[in-house]
Design a protein around this ligand. Structure first.
Ligand SMILES: Cc1ncc(COP(=O)(O)O)c(C=O)c1O
Length: 394
């Protein structure tokens, strides 16, 4: 036996990175409620309520709306495994790290993948998509795209891309891991086929579940498969029988995580979607005004900036890791660094769900002014916080 391991004492950090966001204390309390059996009638009622509230947040009437047991990556792999069969054609849009991952997932599902690409920090152009469909030699089964690219902070406009995809008779799969609960997803209004997300961003739950919603056409495509899904655990044809009327045992649901999601969704209902989206936009605008007044340059062009995640270049002569280290070690604040081609070059600042508040914006700007000032970065004293405050008082 090893020496007696001391009790965990995780620090109460302010999570302002790309996720997880700070968990709402109400949700932490829900996690500590007594575990019941995964087929207990009380739990079945909680599952039904969770599905109903997920429909509200996804803005859909889709019957198949539930949470995969697994993080966002499990939800992300689910559409590729369930909708694609070996040899099917897929178009995958890549404008950041999470799009790249979809290429791998679609390939592993056996698809013949065409990649439509834009450099990190930019949005995919509908013309590129139209072109890919034109060049595809035969019917394309599926197109996938990230709505909120967490590696860059880009909010991808989707209207034209959805139309082109529909006109070509393909199923559209949308990643809303960093948008759901902070930005309108509008599943039905936008005619998406398969939408997935994660719990640890704008829903402010801990990581661990992957909400999905699937429309009837996509369910039909799953039912008409000729081959078995190449994953037992992520096979929706079985999982839908557990979340549906039959309650057919598939796996032991992570009961307490479902309580947590249930509470997160109740919090969203109480606030109301429109008010929640407006709160995310306002705090984003105040943060941006503050960063710009400090002379920092944003990565993403105006009009494409996510309300949940802002990306900014590390100023010349300043060491990325030293700033993030000081934030974490001296102030208990986490922000994110860059991924892939943007590693060491940018910071990713998340204002998601419970973390998206005026207090957090002003705290972060004040602390950043202190840290950067101490490193010799020249900026007008107090300009960041003053500019952010002005946004709130406007
Ligand atoms: C856009 C996007 N897709 C997928 C994922 C994968 O989710 P997870 O890390 O919860 O498995 C993430 C995680 O950050 C993400 O930001």
């Amino acid at each position: 036996m090893p020496e007696l391991i001391p009790e965990r004492k995780p620090t109460n950090r302010l999570l302002l990175g790309p996720g997880p966001s700070t968990t709402d204390p109400r949700i932490l309390r829900a996690l500590s409620e007594p575990t019941v059996g995964h087929l207990d009638p009380e739990f079945l009622r909680i599952m039904n309520e969770t599905m109903a509230m997920l429909r509200y947040v996804f803005e859909t009437e889709n019957k198949l709306t539930m949470a995969m047991s697994g993080t966002g990556s499990a939800a992300q792999e689910t559409p590729f495994l369930n909708l694609l069969e070996p040899g099917d054609k897929a178009i995958v849009c890549v404008h950041g790290y999470f799009g790249e991952r979809m290429v791998d997932m679609a390939g592993r599902a056996g698809a013949d993948v065409t990649v439509v690409e834009k450099p990190m920090g930019q949005a995919i152009d509908p013309e590129q998509v139209a072109d890919a469909f034109k060049k595809a030699n035969g019917k394309v089964k599926l197109l996938s795209i990230v709505h909120a690219e967490t590696s860059t902070g880009v909010l991808q406009p989707l209207d034209d891309i959805v139309k082109i995809t529909h006109d070509n008779g393909a199923l559209i799969v949308v990643d809303t891991v960093t948008s759901l609960g902070g930005v309108s997803v509008g599943t039905d209004r936008n005619h998406y086929y398969f939408v997935y997300s994660g719990t640890q961003k704008a829903l402010s739950c801990p990581p661990g579940l992957g909400p999905i919603t699937v429309n009837e056409a996509a369910v039909k495509a799953i039912q008409e498969r000729k081959t078995k899904v190449h994953s037992w655990y992520l096979d929706l044809s079985m999982i839908m029988r557990y979340w549906g009327q039959e309650r057919f045992y598939h796996h032991t649901a992570p009961v307490n995580m479902v309580y947590a999601l249930h509470e997160a969704l109740r919090i969203i209902q109480e606030e109301g979607l429109e008010a929640r989206f407006a709160r995310h936009r306002l705090n984003r605008d105040a943060l941006i005004a503050g960063l710009q007044a400090m002379g920092l340059k944003l990565v993403v062009d105006d009009g494409y900036r996510l309300p949940t995640l802002t990306t900014v270049y590390v100023p010349e002569g300043i060491a990325d890791a030293a700033v993030r280290g000081a934030l974490l070690n001296d102030y208990n604040i986490e922000i994110g660094g860059g991924l892939g081609a943007l590693k060491g070059k940018i910071w990713r600042i998340g204002l998601m769900g419970y973390s998206s508040t005026k207090r957090n914006v002003l705290t972060l700007l004040t602390v950043l002014e202190t840290i950067l000032g101490g490193m010799g970065y020249k900026m007008p004293q107090g300009a960041g916080t003053a500019a952010a405050t002005a946004v709130y008082t406007k």
